[in-house]
Unconditional design. Structure first.
Length: 126
């Protein structure tokens, strides 16, 4: 299922919640509390981690974050989502379609064929 996005009305609720009332100041980051001149609306619980996506997102599902806080949270979320997928795949017994990495190559040199005391490569050019 695809990722649920916040509707315009819900985004507006989140922005109003993060903006000091009665001022023209920019909204405040709901994580670090600094003024957020540039910000993003973030899913508090990553949408990829949700099992039931049938209900629409509300303002309680989102938060306004400044870009540094959003980048830090997104990095952690991406790692958590990847781990959840790995754990789920291992639990269900799914394996990779092809072996990972490169095939092992024997480090042994092939035996040099020697007939009549002259190596094969030398015989070819005689
Ligand atoms: Zn912040």
């Amino acid at each position: 299922m695809s990722r649920r996005e916040f509707s315009k009305a819900v985004k507006l609720q989140i922005i109003k919640r993060a903006t000091p009332a009665g001022t023209l100041a920019p909204p405040w980051c709901e994580e670090c509390g600094s003024m957020a001149f540039k910000w993003a609306i973030d899913h508090i619980d990553p949408d990829a981690m949700q099992i039931d996506k049938s209900k629409p997102l509300t303002a309680a599902d989102g938060q306004l974050l400044c870009l540094p806080c959003h980048a830090e949270k997104t990095k952690a979320d991406v790692a958590d989502i990847a781990k959840a997928k790995r754990v789920e795949a291992a639990h269900l017994g799914a394996k990779a379609a092809t072996p990972r990495g490169f095939a092992k190559v024997s480090k042994e040199k092939p035996p040099l064929r020697v007939a009549s005391g002259v190596p094969e490569i030398m015989r070819r050019f005689q």
